[in-house]
Design a protein. Structure first.
Length: 319
């Protein structure tokens, strides 16, 4: 393919995984457009600067993306590459998700210093590390006796912390581990029937300026329609609930015969009040079905969960 554009700048966080993702998109663009010079500009985000506090305390929504979006709006970069699950459901005015490439493994992974360990078969009072309220809620709903250790940092740093600790295990997204070539450290994958992933987990989002038609045309070959359909439906549930990235919502949308199966769950971070719903939907009705699940959750106690989290967030920010 040809492009008259001489160069393109990708904005990226500086973590190993973020750079892998940005370099992956860089290679794809260079393969498509051999004459296009693609460079990566590393931008430090709030989430990268503050590593000693839980995400829910430093804002949750947008902490890994806002500085990249500002750089886009200032024309300092041409596109930004994100893990889709880090991207808020409402983007800044003037920005759009221009492409969602092929989606990879959506499952969570359990890591342990004991190669035979199983997440839900650990001894009473087991210590399990995760930085995700969603994972915490789903673990404690089944094993309220576990002690959850809050952990931050990039993927290799977390793995090192596990190896140096007396923890019984740790949870991370399978996609990130596998993208970094570290699959051998996974003790076992957790099926989505057991633990639902975050909305958009396993997918990348390429964000661009909404009015930049030239960039949109360049990125169009990277778009995967199925990945956008499933992840957009998952994100619609999150959006309809009015929650940010730190809402303990698990959801996964997959093709099932001629229809789609939407699976979602929500609970308090301590695992109490767990609600899980499955809904079969046609492709044409996916967004309405996502909104119905959100409405059902809100009516059945989800509104109280969201209110509880909002109050906690306000209290934590004032201390």
């Amino acid at each position: 393919m040809t492009s008259t554009r001489p160069s393109l700048i990708i904005g990226s966080r500086g973590s190993e995984l973020a750079l892998w993702q940005s370099n992956f998109i860089k290679r794809k663009l260079e393969e498509l457009y051999p004459k296009l010079t693609v460079t990566i500009s590393i931008i430090k985000t709030t989430g990268d600067k503050i590593l000693d506090s839980p995400l829910s305390q430093i804002g949750g929504k947008g902490v890994f993306t806002i500085e990249l979006e500002r750089a886009l709006l200032r024309n300092e970069i041409d596109i930004a590459v994100h893990s889709l699950k880090d991207l808020p459901t409402e983007l800044d005015t003037g920005l759009t998700i221009a492409a969602i490439p092929d989606r990879v493994n959506v499952e969570d992974a359990f890591l342990s210093n004991d190669p035979k360990a199983q997440l839900f078969e650990l001894p009473k009072g087991a210590k399990v590390a995760t930085g995700s309220l969603r994972r915490k809620a789903q673990i404690l709903a089944r094993r309220p006796d576990y002690e959850i250790i809050d952990i931050r940092g990039n993927v290799p740093t977390r793995i090192t912390k596990l190896h140096e600790s007396n923890w019984d295990g740790m949870l991370l997204a399978s996609a990130g581990i596998e993208r970094l070539g570290l699959a051998k450290v996974i003790t076992h994958h957790i099926p989505t029937t057991v633990m639902l992933p975050a909305p958009g987990q396993g997918a990348l989002a390429i964000e661009a300026r909404e009015n930049d038609e030239e960039i949109a045309k360049l990125l169009f070959p990277l778009e995967n329609a199925d990945a956008r359909l499933s992840s957009s439906t998952e994100r619609e549930i999150l959006h309809a609930l009015g929650g940010g990235c730190q809402l303990p919502l698990g959801t996964y949308v997959r093709k099932d015969g001629d229809d789609y199966l939407i699976d979602a769950c929500i609970a308090y971070p301590n695992g109490q009040g767990m609600m899980r719903k499955q809904l079969r939907s046609t492709q044409q009705d996916l967004i309405n079905s996502a909104k119905k699940i959100a409405d059902d959750f809100l009516a059945a106690g989800g509104a109280d969960i969201i209110s509880h989290l909002s109050n906690l967030e306000r209290m934590e920010k004032t201390h």
